[in-house]
Design a protein around this ligand. Structure first.
Ligand code: SF4
Length: 923
C-alpha cells in the first residue's frame, strides 16, 4: 500500500490516487469507492446491507453512502459507494457527521417495518440488520407506528427453503443471488413503493415455484426473511469445519457447522475457488443421510441366508482365511476388487495396493469404468494425459463453449450455473450437442439435437467443415501435432449425406456451429457421459481432443478439453491406480521398469499382467473363474447395465464382500458386509474434475460400529501379513507422493483452503493449465475414426424401434442411496420417462401413466412425463430409484476401447401399462 499525506503529493506519476479523509491512497482499475475503502481501511469501515461478496454492486439500501468531493474541502455529494467507481483525485469522507445521520435515518426507517423480536429470531447475533443498527447507534425509532408488513405469512411449504417476509428489508440480495449466481430467475420483486415485495415464481410458495433449492437466496439474505429448515445462519453451532462435497465432481467446498457432535447446517464459503459461495441442494442440504437410522452399523456375515452381526475381529479373521484360501487354491486372479469414487484418494490408493501387493492381482477397477474411462483413454491417446486441461474458472477467459453429451445444470449444478450464466451473456457463443433440449440447449446459440449414438458422425462433420472452410490452425498443427496429413485425407472422404441422415442434424447447422467454434478467439469444450457411454465413446473423446488440436484451442487460458467428471472423486480413484492396466500414477503395469519400481516400493512382487475390467469381472464370475469380489461403495446391481446378468454374476461368486453405508441392492447379495464411514466422518483428499486435490476434513466421529474405509483396508492388510501403518491423511499422502509423480509436491499441510491442481512439483507449485508448451506424449495425435452404428441398433432396431437414453436429475445422485435418505426424496419422488407428445399420442399415453419399456433384455414400468425435451422416437429416463430398476433393460454392449457400457442407446418398444411389471419387481 502506498500511503502518504496529501500535502506531500504523489511520488509515482504512473500511480493514480484518491483520498480518504484527506489521506492519499493508490486506486486500482475497476474498483468501486466501497472496494477502495475496504482495501485500505478494512471491511468494517463502511456498513452495508445490500452488498454481498458474490453479487454485483446494486445500490438498493444506500447504507454505504459516503460524501465525495472533487477537491479537498470542496463541495460534497452523497453517493452510494458500492456502485460508484473510484476516480483519480476524489476526496472521500466515509463517516462524516451528515453521513452518520443519514445512515441512522435509513436504518430507523427500515426498522419501522421490521419485527423487533430479535431475541427469539433464528439469526439473533448473526443478523446483518441487527449489526448495522448497532453500528450506526440506533437506540430507538423516532417514527410513529404506521402501516407495515409485519403480518405477512410464513412460507413453510418446502422441505428445505423457508421464508418469513415480515423480516424482508427489500435489499434484493435474494433476487440477485437467484439471478446472478444460480440463474434460476425464480425470485423477483413485485409491486411498487410500499407494496413492493419479494415473490417466488408467479407469487407462489417455494414448493410450487420452479425453485431449484440451491439455497443461494438463503445464504444471501442478511436477515431471516429467507432461510432454511436447518437455520444455517443461526449461531447455535459450536464448530465449523471446511470440507468437500461428497456428491459430484465439481468439488464444492462446504463449511459444515456442528453442535454436540452432530451436523446442524452447511454453508458455502465465499473464498472457495471452486464454488465461490455457491452450492446445489445436494451439497448444502442433502447431508442427513450420514446419521440416518438405515446406516449399517456392524460388520455382518451371511450364514444360512441370514446376515448375522459379528465383531470386527471376527469378520477380519473370516475374510483373511477365505481370501488366503482362494488365493492358494485358485490363484490370486480368482479375486477382484471394485473401489469407490466416493472414497478418498488415500483409501483408493490403499485398496489398489491391497489387491496388488497383498492379494497379488491387477483385478482392480472402479466406477470410472462405467462413466469416464473413455475420457481417460481417449485423452491419453491424443494428449498423453487423461484429465481436464483447464479449470472451470477459465470461463472468464473464453469466448465460446461447446457442451457435448452433458446436462450440467442437473448433473454438475454449480458448474452448470456458471455455464448458464456464460450462455446468457450477450456476445458469448455457446454450442450444445445433445439429443435432449436440455436447460443449456435452450440458451445455446447452436443446438445440434442429434440422434443418440451419433456423436462421432456429427464431430466428423464439424471437423470436415473446419478443414474445408480453411479454419484449421495450420501453424499450431505443424508445430505441435502429428498424424494430420493422413487424418485429413480420411476426414475429407466422409459422406456428408450419410452423416446428415444418420445424425438427423442439418449440415448447415453443423457447419455454422463448426465455424463459430473455430473462429472464436478462445473456445472451451465440456463433455459428459453422453459422449463416453457409447460403443464409440473413446473415439468421440479423441475427436473432441482433435477438435481442440485442429483449432489450436489448447495450452492457454480459456480453451481446452474439460470432461465434467461424475462422482466426487472419480478423477482421484483413477489417479491412484484403481484401474486394471495402470497402477498408482497411471504407470503401465505391464512395463518391466514400472513393475520393478512397484515391487521395490511395495516390498513384494506385484503382478505385471492386466487384470479384469468390471464387465470382465462379471464374465469371469459367470465362467466360474472368480471366487471372491470385494466391492466398496458401488451399487453395481442398480447402476451397472443388464441387472440380471450382474445379479447372476454375484450369485456365482463364492464370496461377495460389500463395504457400504446402507443395505443397497448390491449389499443384499453380499456374504460379508463391512460398514464404512461417510465423508463427514473421515479425512483425506478428493480430486475434482479440474485435477484439484482438496482436503476432506473429518467433521464428526464415525457412527458407532462403523470404521473409516481406509482403516478397514489397513486392518485387513495387517491381518493378512502386510505391514501398513494406521490411516492418517498426512501419512498416506507422504507415501503417495513417493510413487505418484504428479503428487510429488502435495502434503496434507500445504493443501490449504483451495487445494492444489496436479501435477504438483516437489516445491509445491501446482498447474492450472496442461499442455502449455508440449504434450505428455510429445506431440498431439490426430487419428481418424469413422462413424459406426452401434450393434444395439443394427441388431434390434427392427423389433425395438425407440431409442432409450438415460439421464440424471438434479435432486438425486446415481443409485440414490444417499439422496433418497434425505428430504430430497420429497422434492423428486420417483424415476420418470420423458416421451415426446407425438409418441405419447400414438400409444395413448397420458402424463403420469405407467409405460412398459421392453428391450431384448427385459421389461420395466416407468411413469410418463410428456415433454418436447426429447425428439419423437427418443425416450429418456433416470435410474435413481431401485423400484424401477431401469438397468434390467440396458445392454451389456461396451465402448470398443475402454469397455464403458453403452447406457445411452437402448433399443426399446413401448406400450401403456398398468404398472404390473413394477409391482412384480417390488414383490
Ligand atoms: Fe456438491 Fe456437485 Fe452440488 Fe457442488 S455442484 S454442491 S460438488 S453436488
Amino acid at each position: 500500500m502506498v500511503e502518504f499525506q496529501a500535502a506531500s503529493g504523489p511520488g509515482n506519476i504512473d500511480t493514480k490516487y484518491a483520498y480518504i479523509d484527506g489521506q492519499a491512497f493508490a486506486i486500482q482499475k475497476g474498483e468501486t469507492i466501497l472496494s477502495f475503502i475496504k482495501r485500505h481501511k478494512g471491511k468494517k469501515e463502511v456498513p452495508t446491507l445490500c452488498d454481498a461478496p458474490n453479487l454485483a454492486p446494486f445500490g438498493a439500501c444506500r447504507v454505504c453512502s459516503v460524501e465525495v468531493a472533487l477537491e479537498e474541502n470542496g463541495k460534497t455529494k452523497t453517493l452510494a459507494s458500492c456502485h460508484t467507481p473510484i476516480a483519480e483525485g476524489q476526496y472521500i469522507y466515509p463517516n462524516s457527521a451528515p453521513i452518520k445521520q443519514l445512515r441512522k435515518n435509513i436504518i430507523e426507517l427500515v426498522l419501522t417495518d421490521h419485527p423487533l423480536d430479535c431475541l427469539t429470531c433464528e439469526v439473533n447475533g448473526n443478523c446483518e440488520l441487527q449489526d448495522v443498527a448497532a453500528r450506526v447507534g440506533i437506540r430507538e425509532v423516532r417514527y410513529p407506528k404506521g402501516a407495515n408488513h409485519l403480518g405477512r405469512t410464513k412460507d413453510l411449504s418446502h422441505p428445505y427453503m423457508t421464508s418469513d417476509l415480515s423480516k424482508c428489508i427489500n435489499c434484493y440480495r435474494c433476487v440477485r443471488a437467484c439471478d446472478e449466481v444460480q440463474g434460476a430467475f425464480v425470485l423477483s420483486m413485485a409491486g411498487r413503493g410500499f407494496d413492493s415485495q419479494i415473490i417466488k415464481g408467479m407469487n407462489q410458495s417455494f414448493m410450487a415455484s420452479d425453485c431449484v433449492s440451491c439455497g443461494a437466496c438463503s445464504q444471501a439474505c442478511p436477515t431471516s426473511a429467507i432461510s432454511d429448515v436447518f437455520q444455517s445462519k443461526a449461531i447455535t453451532a459450536t464448530a465449523t469445519t471446511r470440507t468437500i462435497c461428497t456428491y459430484c465432481g465439481v468439488g464444492c467446498n462446504l463449511d459444515v457447522s456442528t453442535s454436540n457432535g452432530e451436523v446442524v447446517s452447511i454453508r458455502a464459503p465465499y473464498d472457495a475457488a471452486v464454488n465461490e459461495g455457491h452450492t446445489c441442494l445436494k451439497g448444502r442440504y442433502a447431508f442427513k443421510f450420514y446419521n440416518h437410522p438405515d446406516r449399517l452399523n456392524s460388520p455382518m456375515i451371511k450364514r444360512n441366508g441370514v446376515f448375522e452381526k459379528v465383531s470386527w475381529e471376527e469378520v477380519y479373521d473370516y475374510l483373511a482365511e477365505k481370501l488366503t484360501h482362494y488365493k492358494e487354491a485358485f490363484g490370486a486372479d480368482s479375486i477382484a476388487g471394485i473401489s469407490s469414487s466416493r472414497c478418498t484418494n488415500e483409501e483408493n490408493y490403499l485398496m489398489q495396493k491391497f489387491m496388488r501387493a497383498v492379494i497379488g492381482t491387477n483385478n482392480i477397477d472402479g466406477c470410472a469404468r462405467v462413466c469416464h474411462s473413455p475420457t481417460a483413454l481417449g485423452m491419453q491417446r491424443t494428449f498423453g494425459t487423461g484429465a481436464a486441461t483447464n479449470s472451470i474458472g477459465d470461463l472468464k477467459h473464453t469466448n465460446c463453449i461447446l457442451v457435448i453429451g452433458a446436462n450440467p445444470t442437473d448433473a454438475h449444478p454449480v458448474t452448470g450455473a456458471k455455464l448458464k450464466q456464460f450462455a446468457m451473456k450477450a456476445g458469448n457463443v455457446s454450442i450444445v450437442i445433445d439429443p435432449r433440449r436440455t436447460e443449456l440447449a435452450r440458451y445455446a446459440d447452436y443446438h445440434l439435437a442429434l440422434r443418440p449414438g451419433t456423436n462421432v458422425a456429427v464431430l466428423n462433420m464439424m471437423m470436415y467443415y473446419i478443414v474445408t472452410e480453411g479454419l484449421a490452425d495450420e501453424a499450431f498443427i505443424a508445430a505441435r501435432t502429428e498424424g494430420f496429413a493422413i487424418y485429413k485425407e480420411e476426414l475429407l472422404r466422409i459422406d456428408l449425406d450419410e452423416m446428415e441422415a444418420v445424425s438427423g442434424v442439418d449440415r448447415n447447422l453443423v457447419r455454422a456451429a463448426a465455424i463459430a467454434y473455430a473462429t472464436a478467439p478462445n473456445a472451451m469444450s465440456f463433455h459428459g457421459l453422453g459422449v463416453t457411454e457409447h460403443s464409440q465413446g473413446t473415439f468421440a473423446v479423441m475427436q473432441i481432443a482433435d477438435l481442440a488440436l485442429l483449432t489450436g484451442n489448447i495450452g492457454r487460458p480459456g480453451v481446452g478439453v474439460n470432461p465434467l467428471r461424475g462422482q466426487n472423486n472419480v478423477q482421484g480413484s483413477a489417479d491412484m491406480g484403481v484401474q486394471p492396466h495402470q497402477g498408482a500414477g497411471y504407470l503401465d503395469v505391464t512395463n518391466p521398469e514400472v513393475n520393478a519400481r512397484y515391487n521395490q516400493f511395495y516390498g513384494v512382487a506385484v503382478p505385471a499382467e492386466i487384470g479384469y475390467k468390471i464387465p470382465e469381472m462379471f464374465d469371469a464370475a459367470l465362467a466360474g473363474k472368480l471366487r471372491a469380489i470385494w466391492i466398496i461403495g458401488e451399487d453395481v446391481v442398480q447402476t451397472d447395465p443388464n441387472t440380471q446378468k450382474v445379479i447372476k454374476a454375484l450369485e456365482a461368486t463364492d464370496l461377495v464382500v460389500v463395504q457400504e453405508l446402507f443395505m443397497t441392492e448390491t449389499a443384499k447379495y453380499a456374504d460379508v458386509i463391512l460398514p464404512g464411514a461417510s465423508f463427514l466422518e473421515k479425512s483425506g483428499t478428493f480430486t475434482n474434475g479440474e485435477r484439484r486435490v482438496q482436503a476432506v476434513r473429518q467433521v464428526v466421529e464415525p457412527i458407532e460400529g462403523t470404521k473409516p474405509d481406509g482403516q478397514i483396508i489397513i486392518d485387513m492388510m495387517n491381518k493378512m501379513g502386510y505391514q501398513q501403518d494406521d490411516y492418517t491423511p498426512a501419512g498416506m499422502l507422504a507415501e503417495i507422493a513417493q510413487i505418484v509423480p504428479f503428487f510429488a509436491g502435495i502434503t496434507w499441510e500445504n493443501l490449504g483452503s483451495n487445494g492444489k491442481q496436479w501435477p504438483v512439483a516437489p516445491d509445491g507449485t501446482d498447474t492450472q493449465i496442461l499442455h502449455q508448451n508440449d504434450f505428455k506424449r510429445g506431440k498431439g495425435y490426430f487419428e481418424f475414426n469413422p462413424f459406426v452404428e452401434t450393434e444395439e441398433l443394427t441388431e434390434n432396431a427392427k423389433d425395438y424401434p425407440y431409442i432409450l437414453t438415460t439421464n440424471r436429475e438434479l435432486e438425486h445422485y446415481n443409485c440414490g442411496a444417499m439422496t433418497r435418505r434425505t428430504e430430497n426424496e420429497k422434492i423428486l419422488t420417483s424415476d420418470f420417462l420423458m416421451i415426446h407428445p407425438l409418441d405419447a399420442r400414438t400409444h395413448l399415453i397420458q402424463e403420469g401413466d405407467w409405460v412398459c419399456l421392453e428391450s431384448p433384455r427385459g421389461k420395466v414400468d416407468v411413469k410418463a412425463r410428456i415433454t418436447d425435451e426429447v425428439r419423437p422416437g427418443v425416450l429418456s429416463t433416470t435410474f435413481h430409484f431401485p423400484e424401477i430398476m431401469v438397468n434390467n433393460i440396458t445392454s451389456d454392449i461396451h465402448d470398443s476401447e475402454a469397455k464403458c457400457p453403452e447406457y445411452k442407446v437402448v433399443a426399446v418398444r413401448i406400450r401403456k401399462s398398468k404398472g404390473k411389471i413394477k409391482a412384480l419387481a417390488e414383490s
